[in-house]
Design a protein around this ligand. Structure first.
Ligand SMILES: [Zn+2]
Ligand SMILES: [Zn+2]
Ligand SMILES: [Zn+2]
Length: 203
């Protein structure tokens, strides 16, 4: 007889990746389990305790660990168990059958995508690929001298932000923000041959 398997899932607060692991019901019931994220910076802990089980869940939403409890029967047999963050109300952990846990994680990822990134833990850009594409499009437009200001200047400065690029007119200081967050932003700039910074009128 095949051993019944349980799927456990949470989102790592350190690297923000979903961590989904499989353990047999027997493993979970027999001894404490530590289920680490591959990045090594967080781990879900499961401790059986007689008729109950305690879970210690790293929480992406609030950054703390939550200790939650459920019956051993629910841990080992429930189709899908959801544990949520006491501070934000967002789900932070699922235990159950593979299919329902994957489906629940998909929904959760949609929600956590909207959480602001935490300072110091985010990458240089919201989306490296989008930023790279937007910058290379900008470079092409610049090479054709396609960037100018309504004040008549063709001299400009560039500032690269987390999810956008700012162009500044070097003469009048007017600014123009170019979003660099999503694939749509690449499409938008791809179809432009020139960029006009809205600054002062000619002097
Ligand atoms: Zn991680
Ligand atoms: Zn939390
Ligand atoms: Zn200007």
């Amino acid at each position: 007889m095949k051993e019944p398997m349980r799927t456990l899932a949470y989102v790592c607060p350190a690297c923000r990746q979903p961590v989904i692991v499989e353990r047999s019901a027997f493993q979970l019931a027999a001894s404490a389990s530590r289920l680490p994220c591959p990045c090594g910076k967080s781990a879900l802990r499961v401790e059986p305790d007689g008729t109950h089980a305690r879970l210690c869940v790293p929480c992406l939403a609030c950054g703390r660990d939550h200790t939650v409890a459920c019956s051993a029967r629910a841990l080992l047999e429930e189709k899908v168990l959801a544990f949520s963050c006491a501070a934000t109300g967002l789900d932070c952990c699922y235990v159950g059958e593979e299919g329902p846990v994957f489906a629940a994680m998909k929904r959760l990822e949609g929600a956590t995508d909207k959480l602001g990134p935490k300072d110091g833990e985010r990458g240089a850009f919201l989306d490296e690929l989008v930023m790279h594409e937007v910058l290379s499009e900008l470079k092409e437009i610049a090479q054709r001298d396609g960037i100018s200001c309504t004040c008549g200047s063709h001299r400009w400065k560039l500032q690269v932000n987390y999810s956008s690029v700012d162009l500044f007119c070097a003469d009048c200081g007017a600014a123009m923000r170019i979003p660099a967050a999503t694939a749509d932003d690449i499409d938008d700039i791809c179809c432009k041959t020139r960029l006009l910074i809205r600054g002062g009128e000619g002097r």
